[in-house]
Design a protein around this ligand. Structure first.
Ligand code: PMT
Length: 402
């Protein structure tokens, strides 16, 4: 089976007796990790209440096309864009005919027209309606357009007839939906990522730090989670929200970051050190605010532990990836860090260019591993993170296979 982890499934429910099964379908989809939103036709609401599907999906149910309030919250175009999959179950004969005609006079049909996401329908209707040439022609047309179908199943129907027309079982529909998304690169893997700056206290109100925003590390966490990994961030202080399906532990100093990483390391297959960790900290953080005094003062700094080197140096280390933030000789220095810190892979980041690197929206890097390297051209940090995660997944799998 493929997987639905973190996929956005928009479930369309049209008005047939099988609509009652959509409650179980929502449950099945969520148990596979999908984010579920529901659109109901007016007919569907005769068979099951929006409240039930709202409670099960954890999201408000959408019913109206021309509703000012709903459009302000999440309008039909946003819903259409949100969806990774439009699943219509049950799809009645009428709904199928309306899809063929390209109608847009209710919310479900409008979203179906407006979405670029793949569509899967689970037809449900009386056996004679299913056998009718009009329905057969409509189904053939939709399939020619690339729409997928599951069912209908044969059996006894609510109206007493026996034959094809029963909606497929929710567990089978959820599995068919999952099969549309090939199993992800990092499914079953646990990834630990450090991100953001550290703060090294001088006194209770001052610290030494750097310009890391955390954007690169958080983008990696999002990409890892989207690739199916159980993803954990150990993050210095940043102003970012946690990507969906990622667990965050917040820390301040390098020492705290090391402690937290070591605590979490046993449950980690891949470690990615993206944080800009301060190499030094004040030897003694003053207990009280340092008062203004002489024209010059001298700060004594001591070296911080090297987190990524500590991780890579352990017995049975995870697949360990470092970053190298350099302002010159970028690739050469990065190669040095790859070897000295005994890393499996390093991402060389030229931080002399302010458009990439620290606190920028975009980045451009060279990923280096013992057997090769790849330059990833300038792109958003999320796009770049997606490619880094692909390279990490491939190299980690290769390292396990000898
Ligand atoms: O957060 P953003 O604003 O999005 O910026 C992204 C970034 C520029 C911070 C990121 O792309 C990056 O380059 N991160 C590494 C920053 C860094 O500290 O590089 P370094 O060359 O000094 O360190 C080399 C490696 O050792 C890094 O993996 C670093 O996390 C790690 N390190 C360094 C010192 C230390 N005491 N412990 C460590 O683990």
């Amino acid at each position: 089976m493929g997987h639905l982890f973190n996929r956005n499934v928009l479930l369309g429910v049209s008005g047939g007796i099988a609509a009652y099964k959509s409650a179980e379908l929502v449950r099945q989809l969520r148990s596979l990790g999908a984010n579920v939103r529901v659109v109901m036709t007016h007919g569907a609401r005769e068979f099951i209440t929006p409240l039930t599907l709202q409670a099960l999906s954890g999201n408000p149910v959408h019913t109206e096309l021309l509703d000012e309030e709903a459009e302000q919250g999440m309008g039909h175009i946003e819903l259409a864009r949100w969806a990774d999959l439009l699943l219509i179950a049950p799809a009645t004969a009428d709904l199928i005919a309306r899809l063929v005609a390209g109608r847009a006079d209710d919310l479900l049909c409008a979203v179906a027209l407006a979405t670029a996401a793949p569509k899967l329908i689970a037809p449900a209707m009386n056996q004679q309606m299913w056998r009718d040439p009009a329905t057969a022609a409509n189904i053939a047309t939709l399939e020619q357009r690339g729409l997928r179908r599951i069912g209908p199943a044969e059996g006894e129907q609510a109206c007493g007839d026996i034959g094809p027309g029963r909606m497929a079982e929710p567990v089978d529909i959820a599995a068919a939906a999952a099969d549309l998304f090939p199993r992800s690169l990092l499914a079953g893997k646990r990834v630990l990522i450090t991100a953001g700056p550290t703060r090294e206290a001088l006194d209770p109100v001052r610290y030494l730090s750097n310009h890391s925003s955390g954007k690169m590390g958080y983008a990696l966490a999002q990409a890892a989670a989207e690739a199916g990994a159980v993803t954990t961030l150990v993050s210095g202080p940043v102003a970012l929200s946690v990507p969906e399906h990622v667990q965050r532990h917040s820390v301040e100093s390098a020492t705290q970051m090391l402690e937290k990483c070591l605590e979490l390391l046993d449950e980690c297959d891949i470690f990615i050190a993206c944080a800009a960790v301060a190499d030094y900290r004040p030897a003694n953080a003053a207990g009280d605010k340092i008062k203004k005094g002489p024209d010059e003062i001298t700060l004594q700094l001591v070296k911080n532990p090297d987190i990524v080197a500590t991780v890579a140096g352990r017995e049975n280390p995870p697949f360990t990836v470092g970053f190298a933030a350099e302002t010159r000789n970028v690739v050469e220095y990065a190669r040095g860090k790859l070897a000295n810190k005994k890393l499996d892979m390093i991402v060389a980041n030229d931080v002399s260019d302010r458009a990439i690197g620290f606190n920028s929206e975009q980045n451009e890097v060279t990923v280096i591993w013992p057997a090769g390297e790849e330059i990833i051209a300038r792109a958003s940090k999320l796009t770049l993170a997606g490619r880094i995660i692909e390279l990490v997944a491939r190299a980690e799998a290769a390292s396990r296979n000898g």
